[in-house]
Design a binder for this molecule. Structure first.
Ligand code: DX5
Ligand code: ZN
Length: 228
């Protein structure tokens, strides 16, 4: 099965004063996705930004807009996020009341559909929706803030999901989000993640150099053979 590793810088850690430049810089340095964290202050403790910000940076890059919705009642907003430029929408299993329906709605707008799982949520909530999914986002911190430490128990969760996808013959993207830095990047790649979100590790110091360094590590991981 082909493995495609992608770096997804999270703009939550960017300098919002220069957001357009930040987005262009990481895209030019080779990051394939732009990870966009939408927080409502209800599902998660903090509030980030919404549609107007996403619309305004859409013209800054052709990168895939990977929108991570940390909001209650996400079903109300799918069409709005599609309209402001999302290419991929990920909803949390814990807040999507009718998960299969919302995934169907995302796909019918021509977007990629993902489900995110909080650290304490077991993988088996995915059992009956796997065929509808392009991506599963394994939260490696509790969502709500950037700059938290990677939760070590998540390594086994990533590996178990990759093993299951391989057994079923699914070319599922497994995204990891939270506490991914130079050290933990190798851990998550080794376990079978292939889409790596990084906020503070990219948007501190020299952004382009950070992206290039992380892409260099990602290029070393070519297959999933060691996981089965
Ligand atoms: C956390 C967000 C993350 C966050 C990651 O709730 O979903 O995407 O920006 O930040 P770092 O990489 O700094 O842990
Ligand atoms: Zn995120």
């Amino acid at each position: 099965m082909e493995r495609k590793n992608i770096l997804a810088p999270s703009i939550l850690a960017a300098d919002f004063k220069h957001l357009g430049n930040e987005v262009e810089t990481v895209a030019k340095a080779g990051a394939g996705y732009l990870h966009i964290d939408v927080m409502d202050g209800v599902f998660v403790p903090s509030i980030s930004f919404g549609m107007p910000v996403i619309s305004s940076i859409r013209s800054a890059t052709d990168s895939v807009f990977d929108v991570h919705l940390m909001i209650t009642e996400p079903e109300k907003y799918i069409a709005d996020f599609a309209a402001c430029g999302a290419d991929s929408i990920t909803v949390h299993a814990e807040t999507a009341r009718h998960l299969q329906r919302i995934l169907h709605d995302i796909k019918s707008l021509g977007l990629r559909a993902g489900v995110a799982l909080n650290p304490a949520t077991p993988l088996n909530v995915l059992d009956y929706v796997l065929p509808y999914l392009d991506m599963v986002l394994i939260m490696t911190v509790n969502p709500g803030y950037g700059g938290q430490a990677y939760i070590p128990e998540m390594t086994g969760k990533i590996r178990a999901l990759r093993r299951k996808a391989l057994e079923l013959g699914l070319s599922l993207d497994i995204e990891v989000d939270g506490g991914v830095n130079d050290r933990t990047l190798r851990t998550v790649l080794e376990a079978g993640a292939n889409v790596c979100v990084a906020g503070s590790a990219v948007f501190s110091g020299d952004r382009a150099a950070n992206v290039e360094k992380m892409l260099g590590v990602m290029a070393e991981y070519r297959g999933y053979d060691s996981i089965l």
